[in-house]
Design a binder for this molecule. Sequence first.
Ligand SMILES: Nc1ncnc2c1ncn2[C@@H]1O[C@H](COP(=O)(O)OP(=O)(O)O)[C@@H](O)[C@H]1O
Ligand SMILES: [Mg+2]
Length: 304
Amino acid sequence: MDYAIEAENLIKIYSKSKKALDGVNLKIPKGRIFCLIGRNGAGKTTFLRIVGTQLEPTSGRAVVLGHDVVREPDEIRPRISVVPQEAKVWNFLTPWDYVYYYARLRGMSAREARETCIEALKKLDLYADRNRLCLQLSGGMKQRVLVSMAIVSGAELLLLDEPSIGLDPVSRRQLWSYIRRIAKAGHTIVLTTHYMDEAEALADDIAIIHEGRILVNGDIDQILGENNSSMILEVNGDDVSWTSEYGCEEVIGGKAKIRLGEDERIILEIMAKAREKRCRVTFRRPTLEDVFIRLVGGVDLEPS
Ligand SMILES: Nc1ncnc2c1ncn2[C@@H]1O[C@H](COP(=O)(O)OP(=O)(O)O)[C@@H](O)[C@H]1O
Ligand SMILES: [Mg+2]
């Protein structure tokens, strides 16, 4: 397989602090959408900044599009585009200004910039609004301005750091569909998120990062399959403390979550107990969030 990014034992220590990256090994395939998932402070931005050649690792190696990030950053930069975390557009410019001048800065002639700019703005449904001030645009549109800047460069690899943060549910979904559209056009997309639904909706491949270490990495369907061969039982009621006997993983708001193991006969036992304790039981398929919580650690939010 051809890889856009290969990281080997990547370590990053900011001055006098703990390891932000603690031996990251990752291979990110070309031509697919890759989601790096983790809690706040897990190391997502640090990883993205290193592969984006904005930050040098303390040790280890990262190869992006066949070039070493430390030795050959100039080979990498023209071929990638980055939308940093919490990037904002300036209110008194228009989408056209942003995308056109960015294309010019990337070295295009005026004519080429004009043509690619029209194409990029159309791809992200911004063409009709190209001459409005960003001040007048919605959050979702502003985010799309940033993404259209990233694609106008024609970069093979796009690095998007939490691109949907702060967007409403509809705008997020729109952004996902644009991201999918861009990926179909042949760009490799690496994005970070802590939203599991985002990763499920978008990713071909994922990695879960926690305290600077990769806990799991691979094709999302395979990961869901391997980690969740079985069903999840949710038990609702006034007293769900008895579920701890059955390997309850998490209790939130009177709802206990049990992941069924190999032996599914235990369902009958749980159902009988639930009836006795006047609890309601529902079944569902496991999600990426279940995998994440299990690997990263769940919470018990019940008052004791
Ligand atoms: N410039 C910096 N100086 C010192 N520590 C930093 C710096 N940037 C990030 N960190 C620390 O590194 C860890 C990983 O941060 P980051 O990569 O931003 O995580 P994420 O993007 O997953 O939220 C955190 O503990 C954070 O506090
Ligand atoms: Mg971050």
